[in-house]
Design a protein around this ligand. Structure first.
Ligand code: ATP
Length: 353
């Protein structure tokens, strides 16, 4: 439906977008995710036509809307927007707000489309209310309806929930996703919050420093990150130093199978804290090793257990496990460490790349 190929853009001397490519399918909800300043909003603005790329192509429904020498005007791209400051017009009713963005058409057509949109967001009964008479969640739904009323081919959402408080945000994310999915809307949403992207997206495009790092389903990005940045972006990781020795990578926590790194290579071994379990018995496992408890922090819902590898307590080398619920252990207790290898990732140490 949407295809971005090798987009690039610079502002003054700064290369902001560096060869960005990705596709969005019909009815798909794609999240552009990444740290502040990585170029997410700029990518959205390129798609909308508010910025012109210095290189690359953008196609919507196979129509080239942007390419060297071609630039379809933003209002002709069939794109709708929902931005963070989704402010509704305070002096217009809900119905009037929704009708505002509709192109010139007969009164009957306008009323019919407004009625459809009100029903889709389940707010028919609130048609004559003013924005200040609505909750934050209801206002957000009206803003969504207003953006969708002119039937855009593609909806662009830029951090649409960042103005909402935490409790409301969770509820509204779910409601928004339900409405978009029920209506088969094709949408791209910018967020810097990995949890939000995981919750909302069919697919995530993870960006860093103007580049796409990885594209895939939330599960793929969490379970099969392509590099340490991607692994760390989705949750805490422990870093272990590994060295390749034939078929194995040797770390302080034990050995893991070597994929295809050369002998002697230094490897960054990343282990998610929830990949670590602790018991009293040694298991038949190359990643089973005795450790001692250095500290236990109960953080409500789970415990962070810091573990040391050496004989002495309080040594510098630690690995942190996340244990669901409270964890009963005394400092110095010796336990058997077990690591789930499916939540362990290996990458060449950067200086070796
Ligand atoms: P955030 O999550 O903080 O909004 P982002 O990933 O959306 O970040 P962008 O807003 O796309 O990032 O900005 C990327 C970079 O481009 C930033 O360093 C920003 O300062 C710069 N930038 C954006 N717009 C302009 C502009 N019009 N002129 C110059 N630099 C700009």
């Amino acid at each position: 439906m949407l295809k971005l190929e090798n987009l690039s853009l610079r502002f003054d001397d700064h290369q902001i977008i560096r060869g960005v490519s990705f596709d969005v399918g019909d009815g798909e909800l794609v999240c552009l995710l990444g740290p502040s300043g990585c170029g997410k909003t700029t990518t959205l603005r390129l798609i909308a036509g508010f910025e012109r790329p210095e290189g690359g192509t953008i196609k919507i429904d196979n129509e080239v809307v942007s390419a060297p020498g071609t630039a379809v005007a933003p209002q002709k791209r069939g794109v709708g927007f929902l931005f963070q400051d989704y402010a509704l017009f305070p002096h217009l009713t809900v119905a009037e707000n929704i009708a505002y963005g509709l192109p010139d058409q007969t009164k009957d057509q306008t009323n019919q489309r407004t009625g459809e949109m009100l029903s889709q967001i389940r707010m028919t009964a609130h048609a004559d209310k003013y924005p200040h008479e609505l909750s934050g969640g209801e206002q957000q739904r009206v803003a969504l309806a207003r953006a969708r009323a002119p039937r855009p081919r593609l909806l662009l959402l830029d951090e649409p929930f960042s103005g909402l408080d935490t409790t409301l945000r969770t509820k509204i994310r779910r409601e928004t996703r339900d409405i978009l999915k029920e209506q088969g809307v094709t949408a791209i949403m910018v967020t810097h919050d990995p949890e939000e992207a995981m919750l909302m997206a069919d697919r995530i495009v993870l960006m860093r420093n103007g580049r796409v790092v990885q594209t895939g389903s939330p599960r793929e990005l969490y379970n099969e990150p392509v590099d340490a940045f991607a692994a760390e972006f989705f949750g805490d990781v422990n870093h272990l130093e590994g060295v390749v020795d034939g078929e194995w990578i040797t770390t302080e926590a034990g050995q893991i199978p070597n994929k295809n790194y050369p002998d002697g290579a230094a490897i960054d071994v990343l282990v998610r804290p929830d990949a670590i379990s602790l018991g009293s018995e040694e298991l038949e496992n190359s990643l089973s090793k005795q450790v001692h408890v250095c500290a236990v922090d109960y953080v409500g819902g789970s415990s962070h257990v810091r573990l040391g590898f050496s004989e002495e307590i309080d040594d510098a080398e630690h690995i942190t496990a996340r244990h669901p619920g409270p964890f009963d252990a005394a400092i110095g207790d010796r336990l058997q460490l077990n690591i789930d290898q499916t939540k362990t990732f290996t990458f060449p140490k950067l200086e070796d790349v």
